[in-house]
Design a protein around this ligand. Sequence first.
Ligand SMILES: Nc1nc2c(c(=O)[nH]1)N[C@H]1C(S)=C(S)[C@@H](COP(=O)(O)O)O[C@H]1N2
Ligand SMILES: [Mo]
Length: 213
Amino acid sequence: MSHAWQKRAEDEARMRREGRLPPGQSLTHKFPVLHYGPIPPFDPATWDFRIWGEVEEPVRWTWEAFQQLPRRRVVLDIHCVTRWSKFDTVWEGVAVRDLIEHGYLRLKPSARYVIQHAEYGYTTNLPLDVVLQDNFLLATHYNGRPLTPEHGYPLRAVIGAIPGREDLKVVYFWKGAKWLRGLEFSSVDKPGFWEQAGYHNEADVWREQRVAR
Ligand SMILES: Nc1nc2c(c(=O)[nH]1)N[C@H]1C(S)=C(S)[C@@H](COP(=O)(O)O)O[C@H]1N2
Ligand SMILES: [Mo]
């Protein structure tokens, strides 16, 4: 008879063999919920998404306008700093690179960092080149369904590993803000909520950059 714990251990061993399990992580089939503060309400009539800072023209999209943006599907291995990893997670949404390539967004050459702004003032920061990678997405859907409220409905950023794409920088999952409301492009880095609380600013999963020292 096969037990859930046996399957978990077998799957974890397989991921380790395949080089997909970063140091200090363990595999989960669950989807833990982690955040600071309450889950915000969503009103499609008042929700907006804004982009500002080092851009040629600031952006404000309503929920309806956001649905018209180019979309893509990305499959990611996600790694939480609290040591769980979840493999082959399927996300759909909007890639920042597509916004630029399709002319929805024009950056100034001075843009070098991106600060995600979420409900209740939660922020997190990444270098621009990471945000433009194939493994960073502004996601509206998980596993073919709209996000659930506790995982960031209606919009969150996600970042993880794409198997076989060793060229991509992979950072811990806290660098994806749930209940995302805007992106600030900046010429200087601005450490976000957890980064100011002592988490590592770079957060490279393979180098185990968990906390600053
Ligand atoms: N707005 C917001 N986004 C957030 C957080 C938060 O506190 N507020 N926590 C981060 C952390 S620490 C993690 S590990 C992931 C967890 O995402 P999940 O709850 O979907 O697993 O969300 C990140 N995004
Ligand atoms: Mo976290």
